[in-house]
Structure formats: structure tokens, C-alpha cells
Design a protein around this ligand. Structure first.
Ligand SMILES: Nc1ncnc2c1ncn2[C@@H]1O[C@H](COP(=O)(O)OP(=O)(O)OP(=O)(O)O)[C@@H](O)[C@H]1O
Ligand SMILES: Cc1cn([C@H]2C[C@H](O)[C@@H](COP(=O)(O)O)O2)c(=O)[nH]c1=O
Length: 204
């Protein structure tokens, strides 16, 4: 039986890493593979150089997409085919939401164009958990933590959030939208119940 692919998406500071780290130390998830995009491989390192510089936005998208291709062939597909469930902190949804903003004006419909270059080879998630929050609160949280990328600006993240919500509307069967402007324990409870609704629990 194939494993399930669960992706965590949301704007910077929406709380994905906090919840991923809680899931990672939960024994119910000991058999899961945890991963992320950008990856920690050499293409992921190149992506990190791009997002910390004024790299051309199309070049940046193509780097992110190359990282995704490597991620799929080396980790995602082998894990799913061996029956292992995978949780990825960011995945293709990040490109559809973020680069559709950075590439505005470069293509008539940037999100459509970006989705087009993924067609035929990407693996769509079985479930995407969207960490939804007002960018003002997220940026304030990032401020406490220290801004990590050039994307952590309220106006930009408002557009990214709108793109995510558009995707969630388009794929209601796959997206679970969780309000993360609530205490971490409550957010975690909702995330666990979404994941268990897809994969069941080890206790059944
Ligand atoms: N529910 C919450 N309530 C209050 N603070 C939170 C909550 N969740 C996370 N935080 C804090 O907000 C900051 C950003 O959280 P986190 O790093 O988990 O976000 P993220 O979505 O992984 O961000 P990025 O995508 O930029 O890596 C951290 O300082 C974290 O401790
Ligand atoms: C995968 C991916 C990521 N991004 C952006 C989103 C964040 O600002 C950074 C990634 O760093 P983080 O540690 O997850 O905060 O890059 C993007 O614009 N497009 C993508 O495909």
C-alpha cells in the first residue's frame, strides 16, 4: 500500500515549524518521514542563496522547482512507494502561492504558468494543511523570532495568503484550513485530528 503525503503550507510565521517539531517528537509519528522545502541538499542550498539575495524571480522559481524535482525523485516517491507516510513543511503550494506574487506582471496568469511547469511529474499531496493567519500577526511573531527571508513583509504576505485561500477553495477535498491565531496546543489538536482523519491512528 502506498504511503500518504501530507503537506504543511502557510505564510512565514504561521506556525508550521513549531507544529512540525511537536509532531516529530510524538511517538504516533515515529514511522513517518519528515521533510521540508527548500531541502537541505545542494539545490536547496542554492535556493537559500537566492532567497537571501536579489536573484531574478524567474531564476528563483526555477531553482525552487529543481529542488522539488530532486526532492520527489530522491525522497518523496521512494518513501511513498515503500508505504511510508510523509509530512513536508512546505511543498509545491509554496511556489503556487509565493512565486505567483513575485512573478506578477511577468506572465498573464503567473499561478497558472507555475502550476503548468509542475504538470506531469509532481506528486500531488493527499492532504494540505493550510496554516492560516493574518500577516500582521505572523510578521509580529517573526519579529520576535527574527526575520529569516526577504518575503516577511505584510503587504507581500497578504497576497500570498490570498493565493493560498484561493487554492484551498479550489481543492476543498484536499485542503484543511486551520486558524493558527490561537494557542499552540489548540492548533496542534486540530492538526492531529486532520492527519488522523487521513491515516488513522496506531491505536486503532
Ligand atoms: N500558536 C502560536 N501562538 C503564538 N506564537 C506562535 C504560535 N505558533 C508559533 N508561534 C511563534 O511564532 C514564530 C513563528 O513560528 P514558526 O517558526 O513555527 O512559523 P513558520 O510557519 O515555520 O515560519 P517560516 O515559514 O517563516 O519558517 C515563532 O517564534 C513561534 O514560537
Ligand atoms: C518552498 C518555497 C519556499 N518559499 C519561501 C517561503 C519562505 O519565505 C522561504 C522558505 O523558508 P522557511 O524556512 O520555510 O521560512 O522561502 C517560496 O517562496 N517558494 C517555495 O516554493
Amino acid at each position: 500500500m502506498k504511503g500518504k503525503l501530507i503537506t504543511l503550507e502557510g505564510i512565514d510565521g504561521s506556525g508550521k515549524s513549531t507544529i512540525t517539531s511537536r509532531l516529530g517528537s510524538n511517538p504516533e509519528f515515529s514511522e513517518f518521514v519528515f521533510t521540508r522545502e527548500p531541502t537541505t541538499g545542494w539545490i536547496g542550498e542554492a535556493v537559500n542563496r537566492a532567497i537571501h539575495s536579489d536573484t531574478d524571480h524567474l531564476a528563483e522559481l526555477l531553482l525552487f522547482t529543481a529542488d522539488h524535482a530532486e526532492h520527489i525523485s530522491k525522497l518523496i516517491l521512494p518513501a511513498l512507494e515503500s508505504g511510508t507516510n510523509v509530512i513536508s513543511d512546505r511543498y509545491s503550494g509554496s511556489r503556487y502561492a509565493y512565486q505567483a506574487v513575485t512573478l506578477k506582471g511577468r506572465f498573464p496568469d503567473p499561478m497558472k504558468w507555475i502550476r503548468g511547469i509542475h504538470e506531469g511529474w509532481t506528486v500531488d499531496p493527499d492532504m494540505t494543511i493550510l496554516f492560516d493567519i493574518d500577516p500582521k500577526i505572523a510578521v509580529e511573531r517573526c519579529g520576535n523570532r527574527g526575520a529569516q527571508t526577504k518575503f516577511e513583509k505584510i503587504g507581500f504576505l497578504e497576497e500570498v495568503r490570498a493565493n493560498y485561500l484561493q487554492l484551498a477553495k479550489e481543492y476543498p477535498d484536499r485542503f484543511v484550513v486551520i486558524d493558527t491565531d490561537r494557542p499552540v496546543d489548540i492548533v496542534e489538536k486540530d492538526v492531529l485530528s486532520a492527519i488522523f482523519s487521513l491515516v488513522g491512528t496506531g491505536r486503532e
